[in-house]
Design a binder for this molecule. Structure first.
Ligand code: X2X
Length: 333
């Protein structure tokens, strides 16, 4: 096979003999793209998972990771995973919602008060409903969602302490209808940009603010181009680990089991990593010059209620999905 010859030719000419395993091309030679720097726990745990998969399938499944938007931004990777140009992608719930609207349900403002509620919903009925909706667009979603985190707001100027700080604020949000709707409801002037564009958009002052969980602010070095961080916890966001439907169905059941176990178990470890980071990341960011303040969450919630945000999204998600969410977090306004 040509690939085998190429692999053999690529070996150093130091008299090394190719083992059959190295020389043989993988039966399932797949690409996985994501949008985060290699220092983020999502990348580190995914790397471990693909190594485990190669080992446990004796090289039959070979997944190469393309981190940090190397294959394009979120929108590009989403269309590539649909067409099969890449086999795996980890979109945030906010982003896959451009294709599967109900996927944004975990990102409704201020619905989760802690991780207990988050995993109860996402490992339970809410997550199952979203995965089913994802399967209807011919994608496969692995069972365990990976953590992005509770989103916080950063600005280049004045600190945000309550909802009045949102007035007219030029804030970058992900490419997601829910984010735009929520920040308009809060009184801000949101702009959708892919994550690949965020650092430079802040640096060149195309926008004055952005919102992301602290571990992202840390690994993407957003503290270099922002001054203060308001602890708002306004959205809990996670990543769905998804696969192209046709590729996934073409994988024999025993290999599917190996891949699922490796990815889901890596996801659980990644959740723990983020929990660990959450305990230390603020101090680290403070030492790098970002200042922090608390916020008054009730003032944000009141604006969202008054602007009709909750009513609108309850209708858009439908009674059934909304009911599942309320089953995990209690009755919502
Ligand atoms: O784009 C973002 O802000 C990020 C990194 O949180 C997502 O992937 C949604």
């Amino acid at each position: 096979r040509r690939t085998a010859l190429r692999a053999a030719a690529a070996l150093p000419a130091a008299g090394l003999i190719a083992s059959p395993r190295i020389a043989r091309a993988a039966e399932f030679d797949w690409k996985y793209g994501h949008n985060l720097p290699v220092t983020h726990p999502l990348h580190i745990r995914a790397q471990e998972a693909v190594e485990r998969i190669a080992r446990e399938t004796n090289g039959r499944v070979d997944i190469k990771i393309f981190p940090n938007n190397q294959l394009g931004g979120d929108t590009d990777m989403l269309s590539q995973v649909r067409s099969g140009g890449i086999t795996f992608f980890t979109p945030s719930a906010l982003v896959i919602a451009t294709l599967v609207p109900v996927a944004a349900i975990n990102a409704v403002g201020f619905v989760f008060s802690d991780y207990g509620q988050v995993w109860k919903a996402m490992d339970g009925g809410v997550g199952a409903a979203v995965r089913q909706a994802i399967s209807r667009v011919n994608l496969f979603a692995f069972e365990k969602m990976w953590d992005n985190g509770f989103r916080q707001m950063t600005t280049s100027g004045r600190a945000i302490t309550d909802a009045t700080g949102m007035d007219g604020l030029k804030i970058r949000v992900p490419v997601s209808p829910l984010s735009i709707s929520m920040f308009r409801g809060l009184g801000a002037a949101p702009a959708s940009l892919q994550f690949s564009e965020v650092y430079s958009a802040l640096q060149t002052r195309i926008v004055d603010a952005q919102e992301n969980p602290l571990p992202i602010i840390q690994v993407a070095k957003l503290y270099e181009v922002q001054k203060s961080c308001a602890l708002s916890n306004h959205i809990w966001d996670g990543y769905w680990f998804i696969a192209n439907g046709r590729s996934w169905r073409g994988l024999p059941a025993d290999l599917q089991r190996v891949v699922s176990n490796a990815i889901n178990e890596a996801g659980l470890k990644q959740r723990d990593d983020i929990a660990g980071l959450n305990a230390t990341v603020q101090t680290d960011l403070e030492s790098k010059g970002l200042s922090f303040n608390r916020t008054n969450p009730e003032s944000f919630r009141a604006r969202l209620r008054d602007s009709g945000f909750y009513g609108e999204w309850k209708t858009r998600f439908g009674e059934e999905a909304w009911g599942l969410l309320e089953g995990a977090v209690g009755r919502l306004a």
